[in-house]
Design a protein around this ligand. Structure first.
Ligand code: IDP
Ligand code: MG
Length: 153
């Protein structure tokens, strides 16, 4: 499971027509999409996803934001996926995030930062089953995988 991460294009990412842009970055990097669904996440499930932030001043607003409009939920797979996706997302607050990252290029907000990505293998292992059953995650080979992970040594 540590080769997989949960990525959510949050309501602002969908409403701002950035889903294609965000997916495209992961596709071009060479990651494998293994699951996807487009749903309006319930407030209860939003609270579960963000349980580590319970009690913080932004927690209630965060649960309302995530459940306010549809999101695109995906599981992406690659060796080292967590570190790579976290770097591609950029720092949490859009106005802090480096240009070249998703948040750095498209968000100037604190809370509305377009995309969620699991922050560790342990988080991914907890988060993915909140949204996907094992039978919804597809096992297949990418035809170009020999070119993605080619080594000269
Ligand atoms: P992350 O998404 O980069 O992992 P976390 O610290 O886990 O960042 O916070 C979860 C989400 O909560 C953020 O993506 C953002 O939407 C929201 N958030 C975090 N800190 C604040 C804050 O200080 N004000 C408003 N929203 C926040
Ligand atoms: Mg987090």
């Amino acid at each position: 499971m540590s080769k997989q991460t949960l990525i959510i294009i949050k309501p602002d990412g969908i409403q701002r027509h950035l889903a294609g842009e965000i997916i495209s970055r992961f596709e071009k990097k060479g990651f494998k999409l293994v699951a996807a669904k487009f749903v309006q996440i319930s407030e209860a499930l939003s609270r579960k996803l963000y349980a580590e932030h319970k009690g913080k001043p932004f927690f209630e607003g965060l649960a309302k934001y995530l459940s306010s409009s549809p999101s695109l939920l995906m599981v992406w797979e690659a060796e080292g996926i967590i570190d790579m996706t976290r770097k591609m997302l950029g720092d949490t607050f859009g106005y802090d995030a480096q240009p070249g990252t998703i948040r750095g290029d498209f968000s100037c907000s604190r809370g509305y930062n377009l995309v969620h990505g699991s922050d560790s293998a342990a988080s991914a292992e907890k988060e993915i089953p909140l949204f996907f059953g094992a039978d919804e995650i597809v096992d297949y080979e990418l035809a170009d995988s020999c070119w993605l992970y080619g080594r000269n040594d």
